[in-house]
Design a protein. Structure first.
Length: 255
């Protein structure tokens, strides 16, 4: 089956080492013999190797029309490396591609303007919390209601969040902290007092290292808070996950 697909704004990707399959995401497609353009986000998976992928990367562009020969299962179109070429868009496809370049945004009376990042398929904005600007990403405009809910009392919400993180991650932080200490200091492991001078982190120390960078909200109210951890985890981020119903439920180290 022949398909006309219009690529989205995400980068191409590859799977396997060496590469066995690669592909890209599309925003709309049309089947052979049909006039209507179906607006649907999906992906194209291409069977190939490293050389095929390098050739593809030179051809691939965002918001471009491609003609494929393959099979479609659900939202995924499967093809081989020889079954893709650039196409010339007709008037309907040209109009859709032009619309994709238009800014999509909405304004909130409390938190200001949110602009669609097409590459991430999220609405991006920012809020001032205290003296810090925090990046906000929403999967849909409806997620602003969750931001209103958790933002009703920022101080209480964020204080609870960092205390939760300290309760879950302090032990791990002290392991990292002790390793860093021993690397900076010559430790005599045969001396029973080799820990002399080492001071473990307290919860208060832990909290002081945390700096909120961004909040993302998806689905029906699931949110993630991303914190810079300073030197607690050698530059790794602290990720707190929660939802509008239960609050913060998980703390992990990321990055």
């Amino acid at each position: 089956m022949e398909y006309h697909v219009i690529s989205g704004f995400s980068s191409s990707f590859a799977q396997g080492s060496p590469i066995e399959r690669y592909g890209f995401f599309y925003e709309a497609y049309r089947e052979e013999g049909r006039l209507s353009l179906i607006v649907e986000r999906g992906k194209v998976l291409i069977d190939g190797n490293d050389a095929n992928y390098q050739t593809f990367c030179q051809m691939f562009k965002e918001n471009e029309l491609f003609i494929l020969q393959g099979r479609k299962e659900g939202e995924t179109i499967y093809i081989s490396a020889d079954d893709i070429k650039k196409g010339t868009p007709d008037s309907t496809e040209t109009l859709f591609m032009a619309d994709q370049l238009e800014e999509v945004a909405f304004d909130d009376e409390r938190y200001g303007r949110f602009v669609l990042n097409r590459q991430r398929n999220q609405f991006i904005g920012a809020v001032m919390i205290g003296n810090e600007k925090v990046k906000i990403s929403l999967e849909s405009p409806e997620n602003i209601e969750v931001l209103w809910q958790i933002g009703e009392k920022w101080e209480r919400f964020l204080s609870s969040a960092v205390r939760f993180a300290a309760g879950k991650l302090l032990e791990s932080a002290n392991k990292w902290h002790y390793i860093a200490y021993t690397e900076r200091n010559v430790v005599d492991w045969d001396n029973e007092e080799n820990d002399d001078g080492y001071q473990p982190l307290t919860k208060e120390d832990f909290v002081k290292h945390m700096a909120l960078e961004s909040i993302s909200i998806v689905g029906d109210g699931d949110y993630t808070l991303w914190y810079d951890s300073g030197d607690l985890f050698l530059g790794h981020l602290i990720c707190l996950e929660g939802n509008a119903r239960e609050g913060i439920i998980k703390a992990v180290i990321q990055g």
